[in-house]
Design a binder for this molecule. Structure first.
Ligand SMILES: [Zn+2]
Length: 650
């Protein structure tokens, strides 16, 4: 069994502390204020709102969070709104409009008379960005409905199509090119081991928000689609009546902001984020993260008020955002805050019961190009929760011992710490142009994601409490760790770096020297963040960095082959893809897209563009920090980036 570096380092420093760099009063003070049961209640409240970005439902949820933040005694509570109109740009990202949705119904009028779907009673029944219609027409099965073959010999003009392909593509092929009146869809959800098992899942769908002339789409279950399909193929003529009272309209991306002011304005800010958007109920995705960070905020503010914790040195900024697009808008509009942000925590899907969602918890480290003390801080709090919860599950106990909450589960906390994964706001914060290191909490998979079954009853008060407690601990450490404890943290970061270097030294093969070089560099960079954030140990950290630097190989280990030096276009700030917006559009990124890790490699390749590194050097860093990647795959990707004018070559 591997003994984790931090536990080893702390043994000498502090016997049996729950968290090596805190006296036990601090985790106890956090635990006393963080309430998993209250977090689950917040999830239930948020789940009532259909929280699609740029809609009245989202605005109502934002106002609810604003009021809760005020009641929690947070400072600078406000909702900041950013135009979302299809015109306003946030760097390269062109906003897409909002959506006004009142009601919609789909019913069969002949041969049977029966309702099929009703919005807003079932929020996912109507695809986002559907628009005004009142049509009675025949239903035509077009399979996936995205290419010409699907329509061969079929006249869909003025009719409704039953199609399972991606909605924007079906809309283009059926409505735009062939005059169909609308779509009935059972487009499948995210792929998991359980995909297709539950034939009654109805997926949350959306049309292209950049297409101002959208018709409409109703979402049905696989079972409903199969039944309709069987009747159509048996020769029945099925006529449906669709009524839709909705339209796309200029809206706003609304960001709820609240802070806990720090005592030293020059010490920077810690940022805590969750996306507030998505369909109703959207309980795990992402009422859970929104509720958990609210609980972090409320818990910390209360402990400070009760003086069980003292005011932190750094300001803590909480943001509830429209996913990705809201983060992009906020960071582009606040470069002065980006400069202040020293790191943070992002939560997206954090409350699922394993037995209901089949999802386990993952704590993703900061991206490998931003090594940070936050990773070892997060690891220490994570290990503590795993230890305490499994001891409790095995032997029982009470309260703080097991980190359980009334009404919640009593099982051990199941999760892991892993490298970064893509797909939420941390991707914006850490992207080139911003570069704010974030650890990322997320459940994956979740068999209910983006369906009508993502409901509060699948969530667990105990898990929400544990996650909020862990989040509060990480945030509190980043914001408030005193100088007296900084040497212990330094030893933890040093030990983790040492462990990584030791593993790299054991590596074999042609890339081993790169693995070793990058392990040493990452260890040094992580120590550098300790030096910056805790000046009292800066000298000791720099001494260790000097020792590490002397271990770096004397000459270049690789680095030849493609010496072009990419320079980022001034217009591109943040990630290339921003929610529904794709900077590269239909351009094929080549072989990189066929790899499992292609998305993160592409993202990090762009993050490594600094106007000095060559493409070969970027490839070497990716190989050393992620996985061996052939140079031609990276060169090919940069050719595409250059073609799209995301970069030019110096
Ligand atoms: Zn999410």
């Amino acid at each position: 069994m591997l003994l984790f570096g931090c536990a080893l380092a702390s043994r000498a420093a502090a016997q049996e502390r729950a968290i090596p760099f805190w006296p036990d009063e601090v985790p106890a003070a956090l635990h006393a204020q963080v309430d998993g049961t209250a977090a689950l209640q917040t999830v239930r409240e948020l789940a009532r709102f259909h929280r699609v970005q740029g809609t009245a439902g989202y605005a109502a949820a934002a106002d609810y969070v604003r009021q809760k933040a005020l009641a929690a005694g947070l400072s600078n509570v406000a909702i900041e709104s950013f135009p979302a109109d299809g015109v306003t740009r946030y760097a390269h990202f062109r906003s897409y409009p909002g959506w006004k949705a009142t009601f919609a119904t789909l019913e069969e009028v002949s041969p049977q008379k029966r309702p099929i779907a009703a919005f807003p009673e079932l929020a996912v029944a109507l695809a986002d960005y559907s628009q005004e219609a009142d049509v009675t027409a025949e239903l035509v099965d077009v399979g996936k409905g995205i290419d010409a073959m699907a329509y061969a010999g079929k006249d869909v003009r003025g009719k409704l199509v039953l199609a399972d392909g991606s909605l924007p593509a079906v809309h283009q092929a059926a409505c735009v090119e062939r005059g169909a009146a609308g779509i009935v869809s059972a487009a499948p959800n995210q792929v998991t081991a359980w995909s297709g098992d539950d034939r009654d899942l109805i997926r949350w769908g959306h049309l292209d928000p950049y297409q101002p002339n959208n018709r409409f789409a109703f979402m049905v279950s696989k079972r409903q689609a199969e039944e309709l399909r069987a009747r159509l193929s048996a020769g029945e003529k099925v006529r449906l009546h669709a009524q839709v009272r909705t339209r796309m309209a200029p809206g706003t991306y609304d960001v709820v902001v609240a802070t806990i002011p720090g005592s030293d304005p020059a010490a920077g800010e810690v940022v805590v984020t969750a996306h507030l958007c998505h369909e109703s109920a959207g309980a795990n995705d992402n009422a859970s993260g929104s509720a958990a960070i609210l609980e972090v905020a409320r818990g910390l503010a209360t402990a400070i008020r009760l003086q069980t914790l003292t005011r932190p040195r750094r300001t803590i900024r909480f943001l509830w955002l429209p996913e990705i697009s809201g983060s992009q808008a906020y960071l582009i509009r606040h470069p002065e805050l980006v400069r202040q942000m020293v790191g943070g925590v992002h939560m997206d899907m954090v409350g699922g019961l394993l037995s209901a969602t089949h999802g386990t918890f993952h704590l993703s480290r900061t991206v490998e190009t931003l090594p940070h003390a936050a990773n070892e801080i997060a690891r220490a709090w994570f290990d503590h929760v795993v230890r305490a919860s499994s001891r409790y599950a095995e032997r029982g106990g009470s309260g703080y011992d097991g980190l359980t909450w009334p009404g919640g589960s009593r099982e051990a906390f199941v999760g892991d710490v892993r490298k970064v994964e893509m797909g939420s706001d941390h991707q914006v914060f850490q992207a080139g142009g911003f570069r704010v290191p974030m650890v990322y909490f997320h459940d994956w998979p979740d068999v209910t994601i983006h369906t009508q079954k993502d409901q509060p009853e699948n969530l667990d008060a105990t898990k929400l409490g544990r996650v909020a407690y862990m989040g509060a601990g990480i945030v509190w450490t980043l914001a408030a760790l005193p100088d007296s404890e900084a040497p212990t943290l330094l030893r933890c970061v040093q030990a983790a770096g040492g462990e990584r270097i030791a593993r790299a030294l054991a590596a074999e093969g042609p890339d081993a020297p790169l693995l070793q070089r990058e392990a040493v560099r990452e260890a040094a960079e992580a120590l550098g963040t300790v030096a910056t954030l805790w000046p009292s140990v800066a000298a000791a950290a720099r001494e260790e960095i000097g020792r590490l630097d002397r271990r770096l190989p004397a000459g270049p280990v690789a680095g030849k082959g493609d010496l072009r030096v990419p320079v980022r276009s001034r217009d591109v700030v943040g990630p290339l893809d921003v929610y529904y917006f794709s900077y590269l559009g239909a351009l094929d990124v080549g072989k990189l897209s066929h790899r499992d890790d292609g998305e993160v490699l592409a993202y990090e390749a762009m993050n490594l563009v600094d106007g000095n590194r060559s493409i070969s050097e970027i490839r070497d860093i990716l190989t050393g920090r992620y996985a061996p990647v052939p140079l031609p795959e990276i060169s090919e990707y940069f050719d595409v980036l250059a073609k799209a004018k995301a970069v030019s070559f110096r």
